[in-house]
Design a protein around this ligand. Structure first.
Ligand SMILES: Nc1ncnc2c1ncn2[C@@H]1O[C@H](COP(=O)(O)OP(=O)(O)OP(=O)(O)O)[C@@H](O)[C@H]1O
Ligand SMILES: Nc1ncnc2c1ncn2[C@@H]1O[C@H](COP(=O)(O)OP(=O)(O)OP(=O)(O)O)[C@@H](O)[C@H]1O
Ligand SMILES: [Mg+2]
Ligand SMILES: [Mg+2]
Lengths: 160, 165, 160, 165
């Protein structure tokens, strides 16, 4: 169990370093065991340094930087241990347009390994989907859904 | 292994019977505030055995049953079935598809079924162990919780690492 | 002090009922003192019922409904006790397009009483501003700002 | 009463001297993630006397001083001045404009000034009491905290009601 954990941890760490630099277009990130002697009990430290900035505490990162760093970590797990499917509920809410584009590319890339179900209000994210389910309430308080194939859709700004 | 179909009946705002087909690749779920998008994600988590009432945003287990509106009666039970593709035999059962069903009644009684045969919650947890969809899954991220892993304390981060190994 | 609190509380309550119904286009809301005997110590209960839905616990509300209800409450205070200025940091992040429009109208309305400084990534919210400050990092790690009068701006989707 | 000007020097990512003019009505602040928008709102809260290190997202008071980058040295101090229009004499002082300045040095020493004259934090708090901009203000909403009032417990909601009365 100990050997398995250490191997997995080393893989996730490599992935995180790579994905962070990809999403932030630079900078450095790392995950470190607080207590190397006890890998199965130890807490886990996360270090993030956006490009050009000094190493700082995670709490000083901006809302969008924290979300992007978390996305890098989530996809680090999916890279080594792809889950059968993945449900992401508005994880793009804090991102600006440029980061939204990078997120969209990452999701398209990973959707070849794991099925992705993404709940979003952002147009740019919707554009990457092969299929869209629209959930509405024609009758107040009761959900109804309709499936649309994206090949016939053009997204208008005000659509959702 | 992937999600093929989802059947919902009486779960939160899904008052009638619903069927969702999923293909591989990316499916987007869109719609107005309060229309039921996160309820869909709750339905899948619930069917896979989620026990935390707090994660399901209610205060009792029966809070997932359709509570009724000004023009519709409440439901007597909630039922969700998740149909998973097992062509790659990731789940060690001799079926191409495996369906997992969960039901709860107003009196609090609940049932779990695998391919229509009643089982215990333990059997469902055992089935998904090691797939990444277990209790501390990194594959389902709730609304507003994306940066929870970044903002939490070092000792609280163990869960998702243990899930992956 | 007691009399003053009770009077203020009654005003905020009226405002909240009105603003909630305005933003949700229906439904009911209320704020109630947990212990009427001790107004200066009592906790405060908030009740929200979106249109057509049964009265439910606040925790069952969706992300966007919670944000909209919170906006109704914040503006209920501003209505009775307008502050000299108000800084709102991405409070529109969870809103869909229809609610974004209602929020925009509310902000325009209240900007006559209090000065509004709004940090946002949403285009629709930007359109309501008389003045826009763009904050960027030409030099990594160092902020720079530029002021633009909105009369000369047309917002492109990808702008920010 | 409204905000007329803001002068910033060495506060968080604002490494040099900056000046912002504000008019009445709506001012939008836009820009990429991490560019310094919320730092602006922190600067205003800080100048008005904010003491909570957690709300300023750091762990020491000196965390608000520009920490330097790979190509610029760190600053020795942070200074923010907020100039408030007092034409309506909401603040009982005989000036059309009132400026509030806060400085902090690397050694932790801090200064407060009203119209250029050194004062204590208490004087600033007294000045803003009753305007809605006090400690539990309902007029400054931080990022990600909009629904905090809705999600909190009944006893924790007193703050903003006491501020308004
Ligand atoms: N058991 C239930 N019966 C009926 N309605 C319910 C039940 N549980 C929750 N709801 C309703 O579901 C709604 C929330 O739905 P949900 O969280 O899925 O919205 P959403 O589409 O994710 O919206 P957003 O875009 O704002 O996040 C609430 O209005 C709530 O009252
Ligand atoms: N004392 C400091 N010196 C230098 N940089 C700092 C200091 N304090 C915070 N920062 C940097 O400021 C950045 C965060 O800025 P801020 O929170 O204002 O971003 P933002 O524009 O609000 O972004 P978002 O749209 O993502 O919310 C972080 O990258 C952080 O490293
Ligand atoms: Mg939701
Ligand atoms: Mg911010």
């Amino acid at each position: 169990a100990r050997k398995q954990f250490i191997e997995m941890f080393a893989q996730i760490r490599e992935n995180f370093k790579e994905l962070f630099a990809q999403l932030f277009e630079g900078g450095q990130a790392d995950i470190v065991l607080v207590d190397e002697e006890e890998p199965l009990e130890s807490g886990i430290e996360i270090i993030c340094r956006p490009p050009g900035k000094k190493l700082s505490q995670l709490s000083l990162l901006s809302g969008g930087e924290k979300a992007l760093a978390a996305i890098a970590l989530i996809f680090s797990f999916l890279k080594s241990r792809p889950a059968p499917f993945c449900i992401l509920d508005e994880i793009d809410a804090a991102l600006d347009e440029a980061n939204l584009q990078r997120f969209k590319e990452l999701v398209s890339d990973y959707s070849k390994r794991s099925q992705m179900i993404i709940i979003t209000h952002r147009r740019r994210t919707m554009e990457s989907a092969g299929r869209v389910y629209g959930v509405t309430m024609e009758e107040q308080g009761v959900s109804k859904s309709v499936c649309v194939d994206t090949s016939q859709l053009t997204f208008q700004e005000g659509m959702v | 292994m992937q999600l093929n179909k989802l059947y919902i009946n009486g779960f939160k705002t899904f008052a009638g019977k619903f069927e969702f087909d999923f293909k591989e690749g990316i499916t987007a779920i869109v719609g107005p505030n309060g229309s039921g998008k996160s309820n869909l994600s709750d339905a899948i988590r619930w069917a896979l055995g989620e026990q935390s009432i707090r994660l399901l945003r209610g205060s009792t287990l029966a809070d997932v049953i359709f509570a009724g509106t000004s023009s519709r009666k409440q439901s007597g039970m909630a039922e969700v079935t998740v149909v998973i593709d097992n062509g790659d035999r990731a789940i060690p059962l001799e079926y191409d598809e495996v369906s997992v069903t969960r039901r709860v009644f107003r009196n609090g009684e609940s049932q779990f079924l695998i391919n229509g045969i009643e089982c215990r919650l333990r059997d469902i947890n055992d089935m998904f162990a090691g797939t990444g969809l277990g209790k501390e899954t990194y594959a389902v991220i709730e609304q507003g919780k994306v940066d929870a892993i970044i903002s939490s304390q070092p000792n609280d981060r163990r869960g998702i690492f243990d899930e992956a190994s």
